[in-house]
Design a protein around this ligand. Structure first.
Ligand SMILES: [Zn+2]
Length: 236
C-alpha cells in the first residue's frame, strides 16, 4: 500500500492513497483533472500504479473490465484530517475513512483485504488509460498504402529540402521536412493541423500527422521486386 509519509498523529497503517479505475465516460463528464468525490466499496486495493495495472488484467478483475470498453486509472485520496495552526477545525466537506493497511495479514502484498465502504476524494490520472476492447476482430489484413490513400492521409506536401527559416527563432519552413502541420514538437507551439501542442497526455496532445513527398520518377521498393533477396539493395 502506498503510505504517504506519515504526518504527526496519523496512524502509519492508515491508507492515505490508492489506485482504482472508473469508466472513461464518468471521468469525462466530471470535466477532467481535479478533485472529485467517489463512493467506494471495495476489498482489494492496488498500492501503486504498476500493481493496479497488473491486477486490472488478471482474472479477478474480469467484472471490472466488463463495466466499460474504456477505463481510466484514478488515484483515490483518503487523507485523515490533522488539525494545524492554519486549519484547526475539520472542514465540513473533509472526506476520510478508517481504511487500514493490513500489512503482514494479507496474502497479496500491497493490497488491503479488509472490506470497507466509504466516500472518498479522487484525482484523475487520465494518462493511465486502459483500453480493453475497441473492436471484435475477425481477421487482420496487412498491406502497403496505395498512392491515393497516402495522399488522403497527408497533411503536407513536402517540397522544400530546407528545414528552418532564417529567422531568429529558426522556425520550421512551410512545406519543409518539419512543417508544423505535421505536428507540434513542444508545449508552446500549436500544431498547424489540429491546433494542439505536444503534451504528455494522450487526449490533449497533438498526435502527429503524415506528410508526403511526390517523387519525380517512380522508385520501386526492392522488397517488392521479387526474385532473389539480399539483405540490402547495396549488397550483391
Ligand atoms: Zn496536430
Amino acid at each position: 500500500m502506498v503510505i504517504v509519509e506519515p504526518e504527526m498523529d496519523v496512524d502509519p497503517l492508515a491508507v492515505t492513497s490508492f489506485f482504482w479505475f472508473l469508466p472513461y465516460a464518468e471521468v469525462k463528464d466530471l470535466g477532467g483533472q481535479g478533485e472529485r468525490v467517489f463512493s467506494f466499496e471495495q476489498r482489494f486495493l492496488p498500492a501503486d500504479k504498476w500493481s493496479a495495472a497488473e491486477w486490472y488484467y488478471s482474472d479477478e478483475a474480469a467484472g471490472l473490465r466488463a463495466q466499460s470498453d474504456h477505463m481510466v486509472m484514478i488515484q483515490v485520496v483518503n487523507k485523515p484530517f490533522v488539525p494545524s495552526e492554519r486549519k484547526p477545525e475539520r472542514p465540513e466537506d473533509w472526506l476520510d475513512a478508517d481504511i487500514r493497511h493490513t500489512g503482514e495479514k494479507t496474502e497479496i502484498p500491497g493490497y488491503i483485504v479488509e472490506p470497507f465502504t466509504a466516500e472518498l476524494k479522487f484525482y484523475v490520472q487520465s494518462y493511465f488509460s486502459f483500453f480493453t476492447k475497441t473492436h471484435d476482430w475477425d481477421s487482420l489484413t496487412m498491406g502497403v498504402l496505395g498512392p491515393q490513400e497516402a495522399l488522403q492521409m497527408s497533411a503536407v506536401k513536402v517540397t522544400d529540402p530546407e528545414v528552418y527559416n532564417e529567422d531568429a527563432e529558426r522556425t520550421p519552413r512551410r512545406n519543409g521536412p518539419e512543417d508544423i502541420r505535421m505536428g507540434s514538437y513542444d508545449k508552446e507551439t500549436p500544431c498547424g493541423t489540429c491546433g494542439k501542442s505536444w503534451r504528455n497526455n494522450f487526449e490533449r496532445s497533438c498526435p502527429g500527422h503524415f506528410g508526403h513527398i511526390s517523387l519525380e520518377v517512380p522508385v520501386p521498393n526492392y522488397l517488392y521486386l521479387g526474385g532473389a533477396r539480399s539483405p540490402s539493395p547495396l549488397l550483391p
